[in-house]
Ligand binder design. Structure first.
Ligand code: F6P
Length: 319
């Protein structure tokens, strides 16, 4: 393969730029031409495509966001726009595509793969919700952002004898809450993988209060089927403890990537290009048990994320 394209799509994630840098520079060092497509599938449909140079990706390794911009494309769900994307890729002579994004982006990639364009998926999402890979690019940075937040909230929460519910992102996956809960010593975590027992939660918070605990920190994943405001009211009514809600939202998607995200992004981006260079099969690149792997794109999308019950039990036991 001599000419490839790269795009970032879906919710941005810290480390997307590092992956992009690895894709462009690996491609150039193998004498390939690399084209950057702006605004994900939206930009692909509209032909927002530019040739990338070595210097196009200078000084971006440490930057959050994506210099190629991102989008969630409704149009790309329609076959006529997928066909348009294929003809645009052909008009540019682009033979293969690297897609840096999450579930929805890989699904879009699969549509192109089924139309004869080889696609490499590089997992870029803070959610860590892809079943075939242990980690996605951006997850580690998001967890560290939440850890920083937890320690700040703990200070003020303790001073005021309050309970605080922190709602974290993750869509249908509880991994941000689970990992930040363990690393940050949350008193309780609520995640979509485990049915929420609100009565038990309230009883435990009250028991803590009676035992002299000065604050309670509850991490709730956004995918849990109870509104954060309702939970705050229920907790306050039941325990009599002043309770606050904190929803950091998009703060979790920004910031300079951690070393782990930069490393993952660089290794995965380079692997995706080497695979495209050597063979035309569509794959998803990931990491399992410390090894960078690549598996069939469609298969990757079908794999369910295994739930780490042991880690969940440990959070509960240590709290
Ligand atoms: O997939 C990343 C993510 O931040 C999710 O955690 C969240 O549910 C969603 O994107 C928010 O999407 P949007 O940027 O479209 O509001």
């Amino acid at each position: 393969m001599k000419r490839i394209g790269v795009l970032t799509s879906g919710g941005d994630a810290p480390g997307m730029n590092a992956a992009l840098r690895a894709v462009v520079r690996t491609g150039l060092s193998m004498d390939m031409e690399v084209y950057g497509i702006s605004h994900g599938f939206e930009g692909l449909i509209d032909g927002e495509i530019e040739k990338m140079q070595w210097s196009s990706v200078g000084d971006i390794l440490q930057r959050g966001g994506t210099i190629l911009y991102s989008a969630r494309s409704k149009r790309f769900l329609e076959e006529k726009y997928q066909d348009k994307a294929v003809s645009i890729l052909k008009a540019f002579g682009i033979e293969g595509l690297v897609i840096i994004g999450g579930n929805g982006s890989f699904t879009g990639g699969l549509a192109l793969a089924n139309k004869g364009i080889p696609v490499m998926g590089v997992p870029g999402t803070i959610d860590n919700d892809l079943g075939y890979t242990d980690y996605t690019i951006g997850f580690d940075t998001a967890v560290n952002t939440v850890l920083d937040l937890i320690s700040k909230i703990r200070d003020t929460s303790t001073s005021h004898d309050r309970a605080t519910v922190i709602e974290v992102m993750g869509r249908h996956c509880g991994d941000i809450a689970l990992h930040a809960g363990l690393g940050g010593g949350a008193d309780f975590i609520l995640i979509p993988e485990i049915p929420a027992d609100i009565d038990k939660l309230c009883t435990e918070v009250l028991r803590g209060k009676h035992a002299g605990k000065r604050h309670s920190l509850i991490l709730k994943a956004e995918g849990v089927d109870i509104k954060t405001d309702d939970l705050v009211r229920t907790l306050e009514d039941f325990t009599g403890l002043e309770t606050r809600a904190v929803v950091p939202g998009y703060i979790q998607r920004g910031g300079s990537p951690t070393e782990r995200d930069r490393m993952l992004a660089s290794l995965m981006g380079a692997k995706a290009v080497r695979l495209l260079y050597n063979d035309a099969a569509s794959r998803a690149v990931g990491i399992t048990a410390g090894e960078i792997i690549a598996i069939d794109l469609e298969e990757a999308l079908q794999m369910e994320r295994p739930f780490n019950q042991e880690m969940y039990d440990l959070v509960v036991m240590l709290s």
